[in-house]
Write a protein that binds this ligand. Structure first.
Ligand code: BGP
Length: 478
């Protein structure tokens, strides 16, 4: 049996994508609350403050805030051992810069964690998942400002202290490396509250913002360990391996350079210092950063206990310009992998890439790993229901079968120390990228459409029963 008996089978979500209740019980406005709906090829926009009728996707989301007891019960019915969600920073510190937390916000997560623990579901908690107080953007310019370190650390400390007896597994920033897309408004804004001005050097901003976040993360890790050595704090990376298109040595070098962009964050989080390739790049590009001696000590003292990562797809790079598509926006869509298919949103489906990611991360860092996101977005509506009243999401089942097979190999044949598997969007929720409901990932269908209409009723899909069997057999019966 490849998986240990306490393997954390479960599912993953993020506060702003499912909770709703965006202005209830003292919650402040977050960056997610000022995003518009977008769509495939149509990026979400950021409005200046909340604009009525524009920002609805995350305001109600799927109303988990009021329905969590029933949802957690459904997760328990599936046999979940773990459930990954995030704490909305704005429920705890509505503006981000106050000194006293909001008790009503803290209580919500106390109740949620109690509900999970009632069913022996282990909470796996991200502190900041594409979300932060909007006030910190308006007043301080988001993570461009060093002051954010203290605000985040205060928030982290309050959470660690309050939930130390309920939450063992933590992660600091969701997909911290996704801000390497800082030129893409969506990623820079949601990850770091950063709006890039024309006169600014994107790389300078990227690394300065990253530095402050890495220091904040390291300080949080150290504090968590001081509060309770039982708490395990990880980083969270979007891990998208990059393949060279050919064995042309120039393609190989390019693929390694592309991987540096992704590994940079893991390198600092796990090793506690900046890698040589980053120092060389900063020197060559004349990037001057505000880094103090104390910061470097903090990075060393706050290395992570494990790596949590999301895996959706791989990408291909080449130096052969004739193979690079010029009519697509997303970097991952520019070069096709002739061996792989893409989903409806252009994401390359590559189960073997998951094994590759596990091998590379495990060899590079020698720390335990946790897959905290993986899955496929599909178009599904109630019209797809079969006579048994269920949506037969066979495509999702096939996707997971193939990925879990590779996960098994990584554990059994490659010796990877894997703690858990938490597929993304285990219940349909608002897509981070498009702001739509239409890109569904769930084992559970939620009745709501892109315009925000629907009963919000929940219904198991066929994959619900399939995943239940997988968990019950500890991954033996796929
Ligand atoms: C990850 C994010 C999630 C999630 C997922 C799917 O990058 O951490 O928040 O949404 O991707 O992305 P999307 O919703 O754009 O399909």
């Amino acid at each position: 049996m490849p998986f240990s008996k306490d393997f954390l089978w479960g599912g993953a979500v993020a506060a702003h994508q499912l909770e709703g209740g965006w202005n209830e019980d003292g919650k402040g406005v977050s960056v997610a609350d000022v995003m518009t709906v977008g769509g495939y090829g149509k990026p979400r926009r950021i409005t200046r403050g909340v604009v009525a009728g524009e920002n609805y996707p995350n305001h109600e989301a799927i109303d988990f805030y009021h329905r969590y007891k029933k949802d957690v019960k459904m997760f328990a019915d599936m046999g979940f051992k773990a459930f990954r969600t995030s704490i909305a920073w704005t429920r705890i510190f509505p503006n981000g810069d106050e000194t006293q937390p909001n008790e009503a916000g803290l209580k919500f997560y106390d109740d949620l964690f109690d509900e999970m623990l009632k069913y022996n579901i282990e909470p796996v908690i991200t502190l900041s998942h594409f979300e932060m107080p909007y006030n910190l953007v308006v007043k301080y310019g988001g993570w461009k400002n060093r002051k954010l370190i203290d605000f985040f650390v205060r928030f982290a400390k309050v959470c660690f202290k309050r939930y130390q007896h309920k939450v063992k597994y933590w992660m600091t920033f969701n997909e911290i490396n996704n801000q390497a897309n800082i030129e893409n408004d969506f990623c820079g804004f949601t990850n770091s509250g950063v709006v890039l001005r024309k006169e600014e050097n994107p790389l300078q901003v990227l690394y300065q913002v990253s530095h402050y976040e890495l220091v904040a993360s390291a300080k949080a890790v150290k504090i968590a360990h001081e509060i309770s050595p039982d708490m395990k704090v990880g980083c969270m990376l979007a891990y998208q391996p990059v393949y060279p298109l050919t064995c042309n040595p120039d393609d190989i070098i390019l693929s390694v350079q592309e991987m540096h962009k992704r590994n940079f964050y893991g390198d600092v989080h796990v090793r506690g210092h900046y890698p040589a390739y980053a120092l060389a790049q900063w020197k060559n590009k004349n990037i001057q950063l505000d880094i103090t001696k104390e910061d470097l000590v903090a990075l060393k003292e706050g290395t992570v206990d494990y790596i949590g990562f999301s895996y959706y797809q791989t990408a291909v790079v080449t130096t052969d310009e004739s193979k690079i598509k010029t009519d697509v926006k997303e970097a991952d869509e520019k070069v096709d992998n002739p061996y792989l298919k893409r989903n409806d949103w252009g994401w390359q489906i590559d189960p073997v890439g998951l094994r590759y990611a596990l091998m590379v991360l495990s060899e590079r860092y020698e720390v335990p790993l946790m897959i905290v996101e993986n899955g496929i977005g599909l178009h599904e509506t109630e019209a797809d229901e079969q006579s048994d009243g269920m949506i037969h999401d066979d495509g999702r089942i096939a996707y997971f079968q193939a990925h879990i097979e590779q996960m098994k190999k990584a554990v059994e044949e490659d010796g990877v120390d894997l703690w858990g598997y938490m597929p993304w969007g285990c219940i349909d929720l608002v897509s981070a990228g498009t702001g739509e409901m239409e890109k569904r990932y769930g084992f559970i269908y939620v009745d709501k459409d892109n315009q925000g209409n629907g009963t919000l009723n929940r219904k198991p899909k066929k994959s619900f029963y399939w995943y239940k069997k997988v968990i019950a057999t500890n991954g033996e019966d796929l």
